[in-house]
Write a protein that binds this ligand. Structure first.
Ligand code: HEC
Length: 242
């Protein structure tokens, strides 16, 4: 019995990896309803010999929904990929495929009845690179929106005050990192920015002329991470969202 099993394993090395060849994927309902998964999964499975089964969120190796790194835009929002079990070999393959040029082209090529439904993610593309964990980038985007978007366009999608440089324009400057790390000392920010232990309180005779920006260094760190992940690529297609 034991020997028989060994022979089978020798003849079928693939059997050893049976578990790795079964990916359990959770996909948000609107994406399933669009038909996208029926378009891409067979192509992926054929090429990689990995079977993908759609399951509930709790049971998944991997999810395509609203958490994790930006994958593509469509149906009015950004869809994100989240490796719930990052060490699963099949799931890794699927992530790699979906982020590859071929995978992305397949997604963008999905056009039921001639209508293209999905396009490039409008938020930071480098989000899932190992350098910056996706959740840090997301925290940075959130902080930027909360603290800076009043004046700056932070996602390269418009918004902000026209005369104020957008984050993507600032990001394209060679010394962007220094500028962001010290922004609270650079005009016009000292007049309205408060970071405890870092900035001086506003002089009594010169209170902040506008609703102050109150933040801490952790938030500034997160903003630096987000801006770092934006990539100058965002500059090329400022209108790709719509
Ligand atoms: C009340 C409006 C306002 C808010 C809020 C604001 N900024 Fe600015 N920021 C400006 C304006 C205006 C400029 C352009 C100044 C100039 O051109 O001299 C600027 C410029 C900058 C620059 C470039 C500075 C330089 O001299 O190179 C950086 C970096 C920056 N902002 C970061 C931030 C960050 C980070 C936040 C949020 C934490 C933020 N700003 C919030 C108005 C604002």
């Amino acid at each position: 019995m034991k020997r028989a099993l060994m022979i089978v394993m020798l003849l079928w090395p693939g059997l050893l990896l049976a578990e790795d060849r079964q990916v359990r994927l959770y996909v948000a309902q609107p994406v399933i309803d669009s038909g996208l998964m029926k378009h891409i999964l067979p192509r992926f499975s054929l090429k990689n010999q990995v079977k993908v089964t759609l399951v509930e969120r709790d049971a998944a190796h991997l999810s395509i929904a609203d958490t994790g790194a930006a994958l593509f835009d469509g149906l009015g929002q950004t869809w994100r990929i989240d490796p719930v079990q990052p060490s699963h070999a099949g799931a890794k393959k699927l992530v790699k495929y979906l982020r590859s040029e071929v995978g992305q082209r397949t997604v963008f090529g999905f056009a039921p009845e001639g209508v293209v439904l999905f396009g490039e993610a409008s938020v930071a593309e480098d989000i899932a690179e190992d350098t910056a964990p996706a959740q840090d980038v997301v925290a940075g985007l959130r902080a930027s929106k909360q603290l800076c978007a009043r004046c700056h366009s932070v996602e390269g999608l418009g918004g902000g005050i026209g005369s104020t440089p957008s984050f993507s324009v600032l990001r394209s400057l060679e010394d962007w990192e220094t500028r962001f790390a010290t922004f609270f000392q650079l005009k016009p920010h000292p007049a309205f920015t408060q970071i405890p232990d870092v900035t001086d309180p506003f002089p009594i005779d010169r209170p902040s002329p506008i609703a102050p920006v109150e933040m801490d260094m952790e938030e500034l760190d997160a903003i630096l991470t987000y801006v770092g992940a934006m990539g100058a690529a965002d500059l090329g297609n400022p209108l790709k969202h719509q």
